[in-house]
Ligand binder design. Structure first.
Ligand SMILES: Cc1cc2nc3c(=O)[nH]c(=O)nc-3n(C[C@H](O)[C@H](O)[C@H](O)COP(=O)(O)O)c2cc1C
Length: 384
């Protein structure tokens, strides 16, 4: 059983979303404002739908924290759905069905397969949970993980590098990543952000949607998180799996990723050098901080591609699941582009997996033990 785990619950228009996180050591100071700042970042970005104007996501911490410090017991996080007041009848837990059933399946969404698999008649039974509203809880969990990582001197950041084919300027390979963006587009290249926004405006005008690429960077991870000894312990696989589990993410690369295909080995691998100050070091980071499924002390660099949002205001051709007649897909209130939001979710999932790996390697019930174990381990490696 994983020593750090979480489950989420809740429907998009239900009363609230909940997560239970178990395994954060005791003694981590929790800053609720910092958690809520991440919640707000997930709601930002040009191209978001009307729902984001209704919700102002705030985390309620219901258990596991006392006087601002974790107790080592399960932490319950709750996020209210303010839109619930408009959905009380249609999303009632008990009572008679209210409102019209949704029967026009959206291509690219969970609608059709969910109906078939779970033997339901109303697509709402599926879409309410398939909706990426669920990612609000993941960001809350990630914010918690980030506070634990911060105590261990590890930071996790993200930035958007492509929307609808418009690329941001990025740091040349192997150099320090550019500063963490502060803008709502989470991109950090104002000229590219402007072009991205224009592209989103144009897509919206014709009822279309866009995807893109974001990058997550983990800085300060100690050498040796994850392991080469078993497939399910490789940290590259675990990070890729966690980020791929985000709704609409369809591709992942670590470090040079897909561009390895065009490189000869002589240019692909990060050569090793030694001097007394830096010990053994590298001048490049094509490996994206991971070799043999283990962190190598460099920044972990992960890129993920998000497909265009499947709900289109100019709906795609579909089939009515009740009558089997041709229809246009249903139009649930929707984002035109949510890559900036997805980048914040990616950050959260990466933070969770790295926190899990830290606890696995330096496990302790108390933060003080974890920090001591990390310090002892680092001094052993530096002394070699
Ligand atoms: C932050 C975020 C926001 C999203 N917003 C929407 C949305 O408004 N409308 C929509 O149809 N899909 C949205 N999606 C994508 C769907 O949730 C996703 O495509 C769907 O659940 C099917 O899963 P799949 O694309 O992984 O196959 C969003 C995804 C993320 C990560």
């Amino acid at each position: 059983m994983a020593n750090l785990r979480f489950l989420t619950a809740g429907e998009s228009h239900g009363q609230c979303l909940t997560a239970i996180v178990e395994g954060i050591p005791a003694g981590v100071r929790i800053d609720l404002d910092e958690m809520n700042a991440d919640m707000a970042r997930r709601q930002q970005g040009y191209g978001r739908g009307g729902r984001m104007k209704i919700e102002t996501d705030q985390v309620n911490v219901l258990s596991g924290v006392r006087f601002g410090e974790t107790l080592g017991s399960p932490i319950t996080l709750q996020v209210q759905n303010h839109d619930w007041k408009n959905w009380k009848q249609r999303m009632a837990v008990f009572g008679e069905p209210a409102g019209e059933a949704v029967t026009a399946a959206r291509p690219g969404h969970a609608d059709l397969i969910g109906i078939q698999k779970y033997d339901r008649k109303d697509i709402r039974d599926i879409l309410e949970r398939a909706s990426a509203r669920e990612t609000a809880t993941r960001v809350a969990v990630g914010a918690l993980a980030k506070q634990f990582l911060k105590a261990c001197d590890i930071s996790v950041t993200s930035k958007v590098i492509n929307i609808g084919g418009v690329f941001a300027a990025t740091a040349p390979d192997g150099q320090q990543p550019s500063p963490v963006p502060k803008s709502a587009m989470n991109c950090g290249d104002p000229a590219a952000e402007e072009r991205m926004e224009q592209k989103i405006t144009a897509a919206k005008a014709v009822g279309d949607t866009l995807g893109g690429i974001f990058e997550v960077t983990v800085h300060g991870a100690p050498i040796g998180l994850g392991s080469h000894i078993q497939w399910d312990q490789r940290l590259d696989g675990r990070l890729a799996g966690a980020i791929m589990s985000i709704q609409a993410i369809k591709g992942i690369e670590i470090g040079a990723g897909f561009s390895y295909a065009a490189m000869p080995g002589s240019q692909a691998h990060d050569e090793l050098f030694y001097d007394e100050q830096q010990n053994i070091y590298r001048k490049t980071n094509h490996a994206g901080g991971l070799e043999g499924g283990m962190t190598n002390g460099e920044d972990i660099l992960i890129r993920a591609v998000m497909k265009p949002i499947p709900t289109l205001m100019k709906p795609l051709h579909s089939v009515d699941i009740a009558s089997k007649t041709p229809v246009l897909a249903s139009k649930e209130r929707s984002d035109v582009c949510a890559v900036p939001a997805a980048s914040v979710v990616g950050e959260a999932m990466a933070a969770f997996v790295v926190a899990q790996a830290v606890i696995e390697k330096f496990g302790g019930d108390a933060l003080s033990d974890v920090l001591q174990f990390i310090a002892d381990y680092k001094s052993r490696i530096q002394g070699e």
